[in-house]
Design a protein around this ligand. Structure first.
Ligand SMILES: [Zn+2]
Length: 590
């Protein structure tokens, strides 16, 4: 009954499967996304899907806003607006930020869509009919003044474990403890105007019986020894200590419980249950929008030929490697993820204190995507965040390092080589790729290095090692600079035009390979370079297409015309970086 799929295959790659469904965690529509989010769940996913599409793999990339839950209704109460106004504001802003950063979703949906009520209720009903949901009476805080229950953050108090005074109703932000509501010490309502003292009152709720999934969950996890150690560690920790989880709340903001039960009145399905189902809803909506096909989503979710890959921050591992898989095991025919790529956190390096610190709203040290895009080129942001991606441990956003990596690597190594090669070619060979004369060993070695580096980059991307893939891309530029400096075309052009033509012919081949290899990482730079080379980069959609990575290795014919080159990656001035770093320190980067 449980669709535990085939085991681990050592040689598994993107082409082992017929198609790939990629998801990024749905950001919560209660705040603006920041660079920490991007480094964790969005940029790696986007690099991966751009790579897959370029290889012609049938790929669907699904994202969207997570729009239910108590924090949204709290914001609405505090700002005296409706929850709808809160989610509209953040959904619109975040969708726009993703688009400008080049995060190339096939659909960016919303869990407030009516279609999502249907998907979520179906999940709930099937689990209920399968005997995986039960009810239990709980003692919860209740406001006598407002005559309503106070779920989650609606009640604050003193943490029973550590004494933190701003603890939420069921968990403590300070020590990370979770506890039953009645354990909270000195509870107080966290609603403007409510001055009454909360009292405990009984309420019947619905629970997902996670222990029933213990065996298949462990079998599925055992089938994936290739996952990152951090993801496996958290997932096994949960899978070996499964408890029933409450999946309903006393609130009117969320998906209604699809049962004829008087206790279901005034309650909604809890946000952590409905959020991952958003991936399914958004796939359904995508199939309706693009094909007008009610069943078009099913092949992505119910066909064993689909590989599903989740990209998330590590706080989301329990939901993607334990809870959502359990929920999916309780449905007929649903596939499970083949990879859960969980990243650690991007912290902030504080230049004043010389310390690394967590990004937090109260510290005002976070950098919003919106601010970053107003002040930095999109490729510079993508380059740096990939270069320092927190893949196996936390990393720091550091302005000095930003300057050194972007200026020193992308501009100096790749941009500079491309510019030198193309300028000299255009000037000396009438704007065309020169013909190759007889190839010397150094020429052949450089040409061979193109294929080798392209394969090495692909290998890293297949293994979800994005930092390494980017290093290998820069390495190709380094090799090209060494070759260019050894060939000295600016010297040989005075004595030997044929030799000069041959070395620039070889250099133009490297430029073409760099252009193709750049596509997943820096799409804007790739498009600009392709225009200079008069090349049309293939753009494959979810239906797949030709493998452009193979095409990247084919040679640019002699005589191909070139446009006058412009600087692909303009250097950012040191003073400008200092200005931005100062603004960041002043808390203006959000
Ligand atoms: Zn605590």
């Amino acid at each position: 009954m449980f669709p535990v799929t085939e085991g681990y295959m050592m040689e598994k790659t993107s082409t082992t499967f017929e198609r790939t469904l990629v998801t990024s965690a749905l950001p919560y529509a209660n705040g603006y996304i920041h660079l920490g989010h991007i480094a964790g769940a969005y940029l790696p996913a986007d690099i991966y899907v751009r790579y897959l599409r370029f290889r012609g793999v049938k790929t669907l990339y699904v994202g969207g806003s997570d729009e239910h839950g108590v924090p949204i209704t709290l914001t609405a109460l505090k700002e005296k607006i409706s929850p709808k106004e809160v989610i509209d504001r953040y959904h619109t802003a975040n969708a726009d930020a993703f688009r400008k950063l080049g995060i190339s979703y096939d659909i960016y949906g919303r869990t407030s869509w009516p279609l999502h009520v249907d998907t979520t209720q179906q999940f709930f009903k099937v689990l209920d009919e399968g005997g995986y949901i039960h009810t239990k009476e709980m003692e919860l805080w209740y406001s006598p003044q407002l005559e309503r229950f106070l779920p989650d953050r609606y009640v604050k108090g003193v943490c029973p474990k550590c004494g933190y005074v701003e603890a939420d109703g069921d968990e403590c932000e300070s020590c990370g403890s979770q506890y039953a509501a009645h354990e909270l010490v000195e509870p107080r309502a966290n609603i403007p105007g409510d001055t009454s003292s909360p009292i405990l009152r009984k309420s019947r709720h619905w629970f997902l019986d996670l222990p029933k999934f213990g065996e298949p969950l462990n079998a599925w996890l055992d089938g994936h020894p290739e996952w990152r150690a951090n993801v496996k560690g958290i997932a096994y920790g949960w899978a070996n200590d499964l408890r029933s989880r409450c999946i309903t709340r006393d609130t009117d903001w969320g998906v209604p419980i699809p049962l004829e039960d008087e206790d279901a009145v005034g309650k909604r399905i809890y946000v952590w249950f409905d959020a991952p189902i958003g991936y399914v809803t958004n796939t359904r909506q995508w199939a309706l929008d693009t094909m007008n096909d009610e069943h078009g989503w099913e092949v992505w979710w119910k066909d064993a030929g689909t590989r599903m890959v989740h990209f998330i921050g590590k706080d989301n591992v329990p939901f993607h490697a334990v809870i959502f898989p359990a929920m999916s095991m309780g449905q007929p025919d649903y596939i499970l993820a083949d990879q859960v790529v969980g990243n650690e956190y991007l912290n902030i390096f504080n230049r004043q204190t010389g310390q690394s610190e967590k990004g937090s709203k109260s510290r005002g040290n976070m950098i919003s995507v919106r601010w970053a895009l107003e002040n930095l080129p999109v490729d510079a942001i993508r380059y740096y965040l990939c270069a320092i991606a927190p893949e196996s441990k936390d990393s720091d956003f550091d302005w000095d390092e930003f300057m050194n990596r972007y200026n020193g690597e992308l501009c100096n190594v790749v941009g500079n080589f491309v510019h030198r090669c193309l300028t000299m070619t255009v000037k000396n060979f009438e704007g065309c790729v020169p013909p190759a004369g007889s190839l010397e060993d150094a020429d052949q070695e450089m040409l061979d290095a193109i294929s080798q580096q392209l394969e090495a980059i692909a290998e890293s991307l297949e293994e979800f090692r994005f930092r390494q893939a980017l290093e290998r891309f820069i390495d190709l530029g380094r090799k090209a600079n060494v070759y260019f400096d050894a060939m000295k075309p600016w010297v040989t052009r005075k004595t030997d035009m044929e030799r000069t033509g041959t070395s620039l012919y070889v250099c133009c081949q490297v430029v073409k390979a760099l252009c193709y290899a750049m596509v997943p990482f820096m799409p804007e730079g790739a498009a600009n370079l392709a225009a200079i080379l008069n090349l049309t980069l293939p753009e494959n959609g979810p239906e797949g297409g030709e493998d452009a990575w193979v095409e990247a290795k084919t040679l640019l014919p002699a005589g191909s015309s070139l446009q006058t080159p412009t600087a692909l990656f303009p250097k950012i001035d040191k003073d400008r970086i200092a200005e931005l770093a100062e603004a960041h320190l002043r808390g203006e980067a959000f």
